[in-house]
Design a protein around this ligand. Sequence first.
Ligand SMILES: C[S@@+](CC[C@H](N)C(=O)[O-])C[C@H]1O[C@@H](n2cnc3c(N)ncnc32)[C@H](O)[C@@H]1O
Length: 210
Amino acid sequence: MGLLDHRTAADDWFTHVSPFYDSVVAETFWPTTLQRRLLDRLSLSADDHVLDVGCGTGQTSSFAAERAGTVDGVDISEPQLSRARRKFTETRFLRADAEHLPFTDDTFDAVVSVGAVIYFPDPVAALAEARRVTRPGGSILVAGFNRPKFPSWVPTENWATVVNEALFYTWTEDESREQFAAAGWDNIESDVTGPPWHPRLSRVVTATTS
Ligand SMILES: C[S@@+](CC[C@H](N)C(=O)[O-])C[C@H]1O[C@@H](n2cnc3c(N)ncnc32)[C@H](O)[C@@H]1O
């Protein structure tokens, strides 16, 4: 558990961070090249309906929209959503908590969520809610922060681990697999990736519904 994996704390945090989210936070932790590589892991097609959970300013939604038919985004932060709505008028952005999605069962072909699970107080509840709104045979991709088992030889990587564990929810491979299984997902793949300055910063998990 970290200081920011709490609904109110995350909402307050993004009220302050939102004005420079795209230029600083996204560029540092979730840059365009990484986001496109992440989405390559899902086989999205032109008639797919995709949900982006924790859509923020709409970056991930826009990359998903390059491949899918329709994309809806949800986020708890109104300042983040306002920016997303101004930038991407084709996408519907709604204010909602990842644990309480305003959609009926089996609505989506795929769910994506990049950089948001690190703020979730109960990741299994959010993953189960994503499972509920995904149709049978659908898929999910979630990217969060990796919690390494051993220290690294690279000082910046150790520094990032200390900061991430203090502030955010971080995943080991085993925990990520257990959480997806507990939420009802199948065919779980859990892997590390990251931005150029730290190729092991992020943990990315894909899974499907049976
Ligand atoms: C790091 S941003 C990622 C935004 C986007 N995926 C991107 O890559 O640009 C994380 C987002 O998760 C949202 N968030 C945090 N907790 C949430 C929750 N419980 N439900 C929905 N969104 C949440 C935050 O408001 C923030 O906009």
